[in-house]
Design a protein around this ligand. Sequence first.
Ligand SMILES: Cc1cc2nc3c(=O)[nH]c(=O)nc-3n(C[C@H](O)[C@H](O)[C@H](O)COP(=O)(O)O)c2cc1C
Length: 376
Amino acid sequence: MNVELDPIHFRQVLGQYPTGVAIVTAVSRSGEPIGMTVGSFSSVSLDPPLVAFMPDKNSTSWRALQDSGDRFCVNLLGADQENICRSVAVRKENKFADIAWRKSPQGSPLIVDSVAYIDCTIEAVHDVGDHNIVIGRVQDLAVENASYPLLFFRGGYGSFRPLSLAARDIDLLDQLRLIDFARPHMDELAHHFDSEVTVTTLLNDELVLAAAAGRARHQIVPRQVGQRERFRAPLGTVYAAWGEPALRERWIENSGQSATPEQIEEYRQIPDRVRDRGVAVSLVRKSPAPDGVSPARGAEAWYNPESLDGLEGFELRSVSAPVFDARGRVAFALTLWGTRGGPAARATVEEYIYRLLEACEAATKAVGEMTNRDIR
Ligand SMILES: Cc1cc2nc3c(=O)[nH]c(=O)nc-3n(C[C@H](O)[C@H](O)[C@H](O)COP(=O)(O)O)c2cc1C
């Protein structure tokens, strides 16, 4: 290699290659959460399960991670977590003061709303030029929030946008035809609240965000058309509430290891509660715990509370309700998104519910008329 290679040129050329962004976290020996932003995270081997990242040998964050012991957790950041990326990438004390986190299964900080986490133990540290290559053995991993990842490219941040529908989206075409009949009602609803209305369909155990109207003024949850999530409690409640018992069971089963026994007990109550109410309601805590201590898992989001009283401290995240086809099955679910800011007062939530149900009823009628015409 050319020994006089210009570092700026080197960075400029390699900056043409985009990377994801991850925060590697651990707990220091004195019990503090510590972390480092890396773009060099990569999967390495399936058998045995190994991953890697490459810290600068001079990084104080890396030194702190090394001193903390042999456990670390890789948090893959989502597109709306640029602020977390930036605040961890600076040299400062107490980087986690304003970041909501809870403990990963191994006890490292797991940043709330990350796309996924990978709990590791250090398998090997290789000495390579001015960096180390840290090989981690995967001990536990899960997708937390199947939103799009944060990407780093040419010194700036962005997000992934699919250029085309995937082959499997062909299944969606029939659904999209039906959804078109709900469009005017979605537009009107989105306009009324100056917010966003999205459509979710259930295809082969996947919830697909199939269409959107209006605009998300403040994205509480990042969402893009085409986004898919596994059908699992507490997501896609509308399908569990109005579906066959077997579908309800799958909804709970699919929540799998990420749910505690108490959560599973709660999930069993939810479909009937949602069906009685006519809508699924989700709320989100207004801000992370004030002292920066991680709230307990699930404490940030609150799904389908028994009563709509006593919602102070929360804001409305979304209300969802079904649109039925001519045979009375759920054709798709409409979700009206809340806007960030105000408290989730009962009257506000009821106004959202009332308007959403009105739109769903009109959409059900339109979809019914159209499918009846098709059947004839
Ligand atoms: C998007 C992004 C990716 C980064 N990737 C790496 C990396 O892979 N390895 C590394 O050593 N530093 C990386 N950094 C720099 C560190 O996060 C951090 O800024 C640096 O470690 C701060 O110095 P300190 O560790 O001495 O506090 C990255 C920073 C950003 C913003």
